[in-house]
Design a protein around this ligand. Structure first.
Ligand code: FAD
Length: 385
């Protein structure tokens, strides 16, 4: 199929989370006329993209593809900061704790870093006590520290991308897009028509495409709590503490930034969620789980108070790879999302890639197709789960 002339293309992007906002921006940069449609105001709290922050780290086990994408995304986030004057990225590093008996993914990550050339340090438990005394780690075999990692200010990043898109001539519209029995797209009861339609409705993609996306999706909720930092003590702030991943304890977290408090998320097991009807209130049990985690891993926070919380959902594909593929029956409809809990950090590269596929500059990657999905073992999976 020949490449589409972007400047003659009328495109609609449905969904203004990070996937849709970045894809719309990249289509606009290529010269297409683009309308970005969302059922709510971009940046709204029900989207997967709308917390204060998300971790960006190249750590991806043996998966070189995402490792390279993150390295490129890191640069693109910095470029977006320079282009817009917005603070989007704090490079405070990421620490991955390899718990005894649970080190396959961490071992694989180190091998991938060596191959791709990602800078990192390997620390023993004693080194952690020296470099990052906030963490109590008697149960780890070792830790990997990735200094060129950190946190993206997620909500601000979505708003910044949407504002830049508008500044470059993109149009943002409010509306709920639905599908009929044939998975044809409708808006206000009429067929949605354009040369190109990109659907980036995050977890709502499954219900919109019951035949195409639902069979390869699971929707789960994640409880996240923010804990205050001790009076007069800045050791839990981003300039002194990295983000971290703690698979052995089913958790990850981010240090305090811009006064947020420390985000310690106990994610395993994830919770089922009804994305249309559930209140976005954390489950009570997650409070006890977070306190137990803090006692074990971050004892300096014992006695601190929960100051904020989020209950948000992710859509997970069997192999945790994203979806960037044409609808099998509607040839101008590209599906772009499938976050699987790790899309945010890739936002700029994901948007650029999806825009290129949408304009038929190239085909999609094998891993992003709708077919041939299979569950990966924790050893193979980019997330290690
Ligand atoms: C707790 C938690 C922690 C995470 N941590 C990380 C992390 O550290 N690093 C990382 O990289 N990723 C992380 N992720 C994953 C990341 O946040 C998601 O992958 C990403 O935000 C998904 O973006 P999206 O645009 O696909 O979906 P969304 O942000 O959900 O956007 C979808 C948009 O589509 C709109 N929409 C839906 N239905 C319709 C419709 N019918 N018509 C019109 N509009 C519609 C919605 O209103 C919404 O704005 C985390 C996710 C969660 C929940």
């Amino acid at each position: 199929m020949p490449q589409t002339d972007a400047t003659r293309t009328e495109a609609i992007v449905v969904g203004a989370g990070i996937a849709g906002a970045m894809t719309a921006l990249e289509l606009r940069r290529r010269g297409a006329s683009v309308t970005l449609v969302d059922r709510w105001e971009p940046g709204h709290a029900r989207a997967s993209s709308s917390d204060y922050n998300r971790i960006i780290r190249a750590i991806s086990g043996r998966d070189e593809f995402y490792t390279r994408w993150v390295r490129e995304s890191r640069l693109r986030w910095m470029e977006l900061e320079a282009e817009t004057g917005q603070k989007l990225y704090y490079e405070n590093g990421a620490l991955i704790l390899a718990t005894q008996g649970h080190c396959d993914w961490e071992d694989a990550t180190a091998a991938t870093f060596d191959k791709v050339g990602v800078p990192y340090n390997r620390f023993a438990a004693d080194d952690i006590a020296h470099h990052f005394p906030q963490f109590l780690v008697p149960d780890i075999s070792y830790a990997l520290y990735e200094p060129e990692a950190g946190m993206i200010m997620a909500h601000r990043a979505v708003i910044t991308a949407v504002n830049l898109f508008k500044k470059l001539g993109g149009v943002v519209k409010r509306g709920r897009v639905t599908t009929d029995n044939e998975e044809r797209l409708m808006l206000d009861g009429k067929p949605l028509q354009a040369d190109l339609i990109v659907v980036s409705t995050g977890p709502w993609m499954a219900e919109m495409f019951p035949r195409t996306v639902a069979p390869i999706s699971t929707i789960m909720g994640i409880n996240v709590l923010y804990t205050s930092t001790p009076d007069g003590d800045d050791s839990f702030d981003h300039h002194r503490m990295p983000c971290w991943i703690d698979h052995g304890m089913g958790s990850f977290g981010l240090s305090s930034v811009e006064g947020s408090g420390v985000k310690a998320a106990v994610v395993i097991p994830n919770e089922p969620i009804d994305i249309n009807n559930d209140e976005r209130l954390i489950r009570r049990e997650s409070l006890a789980k977070t306190r137990t985690y803090i006692r074990k891993r971050l004892p300096g926070l014992v006695g601190q108070k929960v100051v904020d919380s989020k209950f948000q959902q992710v859509i997970i594909t069997p192999d945790t790879h994203f979806i960037v593929d044409w609808h099998p029956h509607h040839k101008n409809v590209l599906l772009a999302g499938g976050c699987s809990g790790h899309l945010f950090k890739h936002g700029p590269v994901f948007g650029d890639f999806a825009a290129g596929v949408a304009l038929r500059e190239y085909g999609t990657a094998d891993r992003f197709t709708l077919t041939n999905r299979r569950k990966l073992s924790p050893k193979e999976s980019p997330s290690g789960r």
